[in-house]
Write a protein that binds this ligand. Structure first.
Ligand SMILES: [Zn+2]
Length: 245
């Protein structure tokens, strides 16, 4: 077993203390541009939309699900891997809907990027990020709403359990409840498998974002000015839980 394999095994077994050195020692793992923008990754496997994710994420999720089930929490995946094309559909459907409601183009884009990403920039492209709820609870009409995870919301117990234990399995909340944080709104359902997503974000940081945003004709992309792209990069891509940087 080489050092990398050792560290990976250690992490899978729940080791935490070496996690920081793992990411610092491997800042430049090789990822292709396609892997980073949701256009093909041989490590992403799965039978259905809800089970398709990075193979290492799947292993860690299984371990975390088993642990949570002992507390009668059913960690249910609502969204896992999303391709560039799928994100393009989501973005454009929202663009069409909001424009039809009379919202001007720039406000339309701002409204979309409160919660949804521009294709090519989603962490769901990596197969490392999951939206999770507690499948043991009755489903409200809208599951991915922050109030469901607080107060007397159905996912409070899950949220408390994840706050205590998710990190032990390598999962971290991405869009934290920090009033100083900009970019995407608070998402108590969105978790990232750090041992893979941290090196992926570091590799992503080396890509030309403008080139990604403009390489396909996306509805509204004529409004992606240089200053918009710089702000989006700073706030929406990098203003996240610092543990994931
Ligand atoms: Zn998500």
């Amino acid at each position: 077993m080489d050092r990398k394999d050792f560290l990976r095994t250690f992490l899978v077994l729940g080791g935490y203390s070496l996690f920081t050195s793992f990411t610092e020692d491997n800042p430049s793992q090789d990822f292709t541009r396609d892997q980073l923008i949701g256009k093909g990754n041989p490590d992403i496997l799965g039978e259905s939309y809800l089970t398709t994710m990075h193979r290492e994420t799947a292993v860690a999720l299984q371990k975390m699900r088993t642990a949570a089930s002992k507390e009668h929490i059913d960690l249910e995946v609502v969204s896992a891997f999303r391709s560039f094309q799928r994100q393009k559909e989501i973005f454009e459907n929202k663009f069409i809907t909001y424009r039809a409601e009379g919202l001007p183009p720039l406000e339309t884009i701002e409204k979309i990027i409160a919660y949804s990403t521009i294709p090519g920039t989603s962490r769901h492209h990596w197969g490392t990020d999951l939206d999770l709820i507690d499948g043991n609870k009755p489903k409200p009409s809208d599951v991915l709403v922050a109030k469901n995870f607080h107060g007397d919301g159905p996912y409070c117990k899950m949220k408390e359990w994840m706050d205590l234990h998710a990190n032990d399995f390598g999962f971290y909340e991405v869009y934290t409840d920090n009033s100083l944080r900009k970019g995407f709104k608070y998402e108590p359902w969105h978790f990232s498998y750090a041992p893979v997503s941290v090196p992926m974000l570091r590799a992503y940081a080396t890509l030309d974002l403008k080139n990604i945003l403009l390489e396909e004709k996306i509805k509204g992309s004529e409004y992606f000015t240089d200053s918009f792209i710089e702000k989006y990069r700073k706030e929406n891509i990098f203003d996240i839980n610092p543990k994931l940087l």
